[in-house]
Design a protein around this ligand. Structure first.
Ligand code: OSB
Ligand code: MG
Length: 369
């Protein structure tokens, strides 16, 4: 295979409801999409970088430049046998995993389409259905949060994750637990605390949470190990897991007991599979995180979630929770029991809506020759 042409575009999509974490509120997504052309076949990718460098150093704008200036010259007209070759080629690049993933994942997508086999089969996935949870952001009031949880539970979702930050934490979770004593519940701090908050963090043991996600610094695995030693609740690592090498270190150090595996954050499917395999071998449960993806990224998350180590409900939920109209056909739907049926047809089973994508495109660049 050889990439003869590569296209990147930026689309904008308003969110149905704002999404707020400890690092800020998002009302409208700006998303970079990739499309690769090889030997008459096409493949699609979606970059999970945010609008601002608040989750990680990457943004849609850094990804745009890195793809144009660094990655395109490395891949254009170069021959590959497997999409994991791109993971090898990108090895010398430090960081910029989300930019890399947007290219590599499009090549996986293309391979599945060209061979007319399901993407999840190409990845080695085995699950036919995916259990789904939801991530619920910080709301304007506790009542609004309790209402949202009620709505998501009646839609069938199997795990509720709520975002916390200083001032929206212990008392909020206490109210949620009081109203919903038995639900499967977790919290995500997106690095809003330090070891100085250890007494507060220990009190979360009161709530029988499945996990507490990323309480400490975005790049830390040392302080998390210290915190995990004094918590009964499992720590789940998100932000610092960017490669199989640092996943190994975090597992060796016992920095957490669960990993949120995000396809973009780790640089694409090849690295995600390596982390999955390592975690499975070391009995560390993984689950698929979300980055408010549109349909292409969402369909890739579904394919990844079929791997056997994905044994907890992920943050992969229905398109309609995020967007009035998603960029794929059909949109992702979740059944009354909170599962996604994995399409058993060639490719992802979700077709990008080219005309609609064109309509919401704000810039586009094509590389060839
Ligand atoms: O920390 O998991 C996170 C969204 C943006 C950035 C970081 C995170 C999230 C989510 C939302 O929790 C998951 C989703 O519904 O896509
Ligand atoms: Mg998180």
């Amino acid at each position: 295979m050889k990439i003869e042409k590569l296209e990147i575009r930026e689309i904008t999509l308003p969110l149905v409801h704002f999404f707020e974490t400890s690092f800020g509120r998002t009302e409208r997504r700006r998303i970079l999409l990739t499309k690769v052309f090889c030997d008459g076949a096409v493949g699609y990718g979606e970059c999970t970088a945010g609008e601002r460098p608040l989750f990680s150093h990457e943004t849609i704008d850094t990804a745009w430049i890195v793809i144009r200036e660094v990655l395109v010259p490395m891949v254009l007209n170069r021959v590959w046998d497997s999409p994991s070759d791109l993971n090898q080629w990108f090895c010398p690049i430090r960081g910029h995993q989300m930019a890399r993933a947007a290219i590599e994942n499009a090549c996986w997508d293309l391979t599945a389409r060209a061979k007319n086999i399901p993407l999840h089969q190409l990845l080695g996935g085995t699950r036919k259905t995916i259990p789904c949870g939801v991530s619920i952001g910080i709301q304007n009031s506790p009542e609004q949060l309790l209402d949202k949880i009620t709505t998501e539970l009646s839609a069938g979702y199997r795990r509720i994750k709520i975002k916390i930050k200083p001032g929206w934490d212990y008392d909020i979770v206490r109210q949620v637990r009081k109203r919903f004593p038995d639900i499967s519940l977790s919290v995500d701090a997106n690095s809003a605390y330090t070891l100085a908050d250890i007494d507060l963090l220990k009190r979360f043991d009161d709530f029988n949470l499945i996990m507490i996600e990323q309480p400490l610094s975005y790049d830390d695995i040392v302080d998390h190990a210290q915190l995990q030693r004094v918590l009964r609740t499992a720590i789940c690592l998100d932000e610092p897991i960017t490669s199989v090498d640092n996943a190994r270190k975090a597992i060796e150090m016992k920095s957490g007991r669960i990993i949120n595996l995000k396809l973009g954050r780790v640089g694409g499917f090849s690295e995600a599979i390596k982390i999955h395999d390592y975690a499975l071998e070391h009995k560390i449960p993984v689950w698929c995180g979300g980055m408010l993806e549109a349909g292409i990224g969402r369909s890739h998350n579904i394919a990844m979630s079929t791997l056997p180590g994905f044994c907890l409900p992920g943050d992969v939920s229905a398109s309609q929770r995020y967007f009035h109209e998603d960029i794929i056909d059909p949109p992702v739907t979740v059944d009354r029991d909170g599962f996604i049926d994995v399409p058993q047809i060639g490719g992802t089973g979700y077709e990008p809506k080219e005309e609609y994508i064109e309509k919401i495109t704000v810039r586009r660049e094509v590389f060839s020759g």
